[in-house]
Design a protein around this ligand. Structure first.
Ligand code: ZN
Length: 276
């Protein structure tokens, strides 16, 4: 097999496990790379394949499945290096983490209609939500491998010079039809919201302090816990008064709090939209 075929195989990977096997052929195969050229070519072609995802300015969200989410995953978690040995190490680490964190079992794949219904619900409950998201569509990328811990995963990179955000939500299969996939997706949208509004990783809008002061004892707060609370409360606000089956952690929250969260997020989106 020559180098071109190898790149072609990587770019045709339909699951994370197929991707891992193909990447392994690069650093463990008979080719014995001596220059960085193959990695460079692969990286450039990856960018080309993923370039159209930056478009779609007229949609509020997009859903992709098949090779695109797999290649986006590779692009997000591969810190491209300028030597062949460093890239070999990057690839090996990535392959190992995929094999450790994911399982091959294809359980209940999330239908597009689940995501579509959630988008309709959010738009009805929060009319300023989409306008507040800076005109960037939300990318939902469906993967076929199951993660051993999560049903969703938010990934982002922020350009430190111009503040441009490149982000996506990976939607993963669930263990059983009973799992609240809606909650998992909403929770990840919660992370997308605070990132897009503050343009920083792990930073919350200052106004959320008011909610924290009212609902969470000081001893239970920390920057990393607070962002999880933000994401959960957004999910609770959307699921409140709906037909969605609420997971137990949301059921525990009192209804009056949930209406309060709904008001909070409505005001937050309206203000952010007006400031854009
Ligand atoms: Zn989270």
């Amino acid at each position: 097999m020559d180098k071109k075929d190898l790149i072609g195989q990587v770019l045709a990977s339909k699951t994370l496990f197929e991707l891992s096997d193909n990447l392994e052929k690069i650093y463990n195969g008979p080719l014995k790379l001596t220059t960085n050229k193959l990695y460079k070519d692969l990286y450039l072609q990856l960018k080309q394949v993923l370039f159209p995802l930056g478009g779609y300015q007229n949609s509020s969200y997009i859903i992709e499945s098949g090779t695109v989410p797999v290649l986006y995953y590779l692009h997000s978690y591969w810190g491209f290096e300028n030597t062949v040995r460093k890239n070999d190490i990057e690839m090996k680490l990535l392959v190992n983490s995929i094999r450790k964190e994911f399982s091959e079992v294809y359980n209940v794949t999330v239908p597009d209609s689940t995501i579509e219904s959630l988008m309709i619900r959010i738009n009805e409950e929060f009319p300023c939500f989409f306008p507040a998201m800076n005109g960037l569509p939300i990318k939902f990328l469906k993967l076929d491998n199951m993660n051993k811990e999560f049903a969703g995963q938010y990934t982002t990179s922020i350009n430190t010079i111009n503040g441009a955000i490149r982000d996506a939500i990976f939607v993963l299969p669930v263990k059983s039809a009973q799992d609240s996939i809606e909650f998992a997706i909403l929770h990840e949208i919660g992370h997308l919201i605070h990132t897009r509004l503050t343009k920083e990783y792990h930073k919350l809008p200052e106004s959320f302090e008011i909610i924290l002061n009212e609902c969470i004892p000081l001893s239970e707060r920390s920057p990393s816990k607070n962002i999880e609370v933000f994401a959960d409360f957004f999910a609770a606000a959307v699921m409140h008064d709906s037909e969605y089956e609420q997971p137990s952690k949301i059921k525990k929250i009192h209804d009056s709090y949930k209406s309060y969260f709904k008001e909070y997020f409505n005001l937050l989106f309206r203000h952010s939209y007006q400031q854009n």
